[in-house]
Design a protein around this ligand. Structure first.
Ligand SMILES: [Zn+2]
Length: 122
């Protein structure tokens, strides 16, 4: 899977919680950016401006569209609206060891977003 990490932020404008999908490399760059600080455009030079803005300020793609008139790679973002609560709840109830279950075939019932969220939470 290309995107294996997510970062969670609450948008300061609409107050909605959003997640962005990152690759392992981007996630490491993000952690370094948080730890050492520098210009985000240097720290995550290969990441789209919309994703960088979200990592920096938390503005979600919809609010960035309102603020800046554009947003790119909206498909990298998701919110709890995209998560089927009944499916993820049942998945968690059915398995004793969620992490093992997530790396088994049982995880096929989950969407990529649901899988990433559960990986993030456990
Ligand atoms: Zn927003």
């Amino acid at each position: 899977m290309e995107y294996s990490k997510i970062v969670k932020k609450e948008c300061p404008m609409c107050g909605k919680t959003y997640f962005v999908k990152l690759t392992e490399v981007e996630y490491d760059q993000y952690k370094k950016y948080i730890a050492y600080g520098s210009l985000i455009q240097n720290a995550l030079s290969n990441t789209s401006p919309t994703v960088r803005e979200f990592l920096k300020t938390g503005y979600c793609p919809d609010c960035q569209k309102l603020l800046f008139g554009k947003c790119e790679q909206k498909e990298l973002f998701f919110s709890y609206d995209d998560i089927r609560e009944d499916v993820t709840k049942e998945f968690c109830e059915r398995h004793e060891n969620i992490l093992d279950a997530l790396t088994s075939d049982d995880a096929d019932v989950l969407t990529e977003e649901e899988w990433l969220l559960l990986m993030y939470e456990f």
